[in-house]
Design a protein around this ligand. Structure first.
Ligand code: PAF
Length: 285
């Protein structure tokens, strides 16, 4: 395996500076590791648009709540490094918690508006943790481009918001979700599921498609979403955190398909919390 791994901000900056001195463009792909094909599609998108690609792997403690899965989140750096090497990524940045949050660290990036509702309600503090670590990563690497998955659609909206608000000079690129053959969105958290739960999980995507079909037929979100959530409970989900239709750009609530919308869901299957989303556009749009 030949991919270089750096663990300090100083080493990362030195490498990026070396590339810059040669006139090369740089893309950053922030991840929490436990990489799958979905992450590798982000790396491919980055490679298409930049000369050099850095992937960061950092399980960021500040975006996990006290009762969430920080300690059991899968960590497999060696495998991640092999996958990144095979994908053509140029550098793996894998800092320690102490490197990212040294003693005395006291700053939080809090984003209003798009951080509220959906996952923001169920996971208080989550998006502040994401915004803080992604701001740091962007300032550490100073990339031309940073690539994120649409699977975390609200996260992508939060990142676009603060990048614009803070005049961060990187293009923020969203990449469509990769799915398993049965429709389940690829996610590092899929590894938590038992075989029985894994068989039920594709209902999440089917439920989203059902809402999209209903909207296309002229039905209202207020009627479709509770029915779709109920369907998930009947399929074996333990609970549904939300099933909502939102404006695709602003994430403001949307009640019908009179503009591009995003249908977003979060539900619990056993101990695993799964999220997913799909878009729908009015005919002829
Ligand atoms: O989407 C993720 O994996 C994380 O939230 C991110 C963007 C790498 C920040 O820790």
């Amino acid at each position: 395996m030949s991919i270089d791994i750096v663990r300090s901000v100083a080493e990362l900056r030195a490498r990026v500076r070396y590339w810059r001195d040669q006139g090369l463009t740089v893309a950053l792909v922030p991840t929490m590791g436990a990489l799958h094909q979905g992450h590798l599609s982000l790396v491919s998108a980055a490679l298409e648009r930049a000369d050099r690609v850095v992937t960061s792997v950092f399980v960021n403690p500040s975006q996990f709540g006290p009762n969430e899965d920080f300690s059991r989140y899968p960590r497999q750096e060696e495998r991640d490094a092999e996958l990144l090497d095979g994908a053509g990524c140029h550098l793996l940045f894998a800092p320690t918690v102490a490197e990212m949050y040294p003693d005395g660290f006291a700053t939080t990036i809090a984003v209003g508006g798009v951080s509220e509702g959906l996952c923001g309600t169920v996971r208080p503090g989550h998006f502040a943790g994401v915004a803080t670590v992604v701001t740091k990563l962007l300032l550490q690497a100073l990339p031309d481009l940073a690539v994120f998955g649409e699977k975390d659609y609200q996260q992508l909206a939060v990142i676009r918001r603060f990048a614009r608000d803070l005049d961060i000079p990187a293009v923020i690129l969203g990449v469509p979700t990769l799915r398993e053959a049965d429709g389940l969105a690829m996610s590092s958290r899929n590894a938590y599921m038992t075989a029985e739960e894994r068989a039920i999980a594709p209902w999440l995507h089917r439920a989203l498609q059902g809402v999209a079909d209903g909207l296309r037929a002229g039905a209202l979100a207020a009627d479709l979403c509770p029915k779709a959530a109920d369907g998930l409970l009947k399929a074996g989900f333990a609970s549904v955190d939300y099933m909502e239709v939102r404006d695709a750009a602003s994430l403001a609530p949307a009640d019908r398909l009179d503009r591009p919308v995003r249908i977003l869901v979060a539900a619990r299957l056993g101990k695993t919390r799964l999220i997913d989303n799909i878009g729908a556009v009015p005919e002829g749009a």
